[in-house]
Design a protein around this ligand. Structure first.
Ligand SMILES: [Zn+2]
Length: 181
């Protein structure tokens, strides 16, 4: 009996060890996505960055740029998925994981299902248009032909801080422009 208990404890600590290892890996990729978010901010776009990772390697990266590209679909996730799909030579990026600094919208969540993404990992919550957990549980709908797992809130504070700083700076800029008028 005691032996059994010890065995269970071992299993438990092993699985929590695996869990914390995965958390570290997730944070590492999220930091890469955060760097890409800066590229969007430098272009005056809402700072969101995304990377697609397959077998421990980045195969697609993107940052938000709908304004600059005159493209309503140019969200970070879509750009990263396009690059990933062309990297593997298939619209299905099977077993790939997508890291993005902000909770995805319905368009991006739909694209992830089409692309057969394995798991989406996001940073900040988006209460207005996020569909992974905020407005709805898009990926949990039964009619979808592919299950995408998700992990929410990885480096959430850092990701949302980047967004608030951007909007704060933009508001200040607008105030300045108004004063000059
Ligand atoms: Zn989107």
């Amino acid at each position: 009996m005691q032996q059994e208990d010890e065995l269970k404890n071992d299993e438990r600590s092993e699985s929590s060890q695996q869990k914390s290892q995965q958390e570290l890996i997730d944070q590492g990729w999220m930091l890469k996505a955060l760097l890409l978010a800066d590229k969007a901010a430098n272009l005056g776009e809402v700072p969101v960055g995304a990377v697609v990772v397959l077998d421990g390697e980045i195969i697609g990266q993107g940052w938000n740029q709908p304004i600059g590209l005159h493209d309503p679909t140019a969200h970070a996730e879509i750009i990263a998925l396009r690059e990933a799909a062309s990297h593997v030579g298939n619209y299905r990026v099977v077993n790939a994981d997508l890291y993005v600094t902000l909770e995805p919208c319905s368009m991006c969540a739909g694209a992830m299902v089409h692309a057969r993404v394995r798991r989406v990992i996001f940073g900040a919550y988006e209460p207005k248009s996020g569909v992974i957990v905020s407005q709805q549980h898009f990926l949990k709908q039964r009619w979808l032909n592919h299950d995408v797992d998700y992990t929410a809130g990885v480096l959430a504070d850092t990701c949302s801080e980047k967004l608030s700083q951007f909007f704060k700076a933009r508001r200040a800029q607008k105030r300045l422009e108004k004063e000059r008028e």
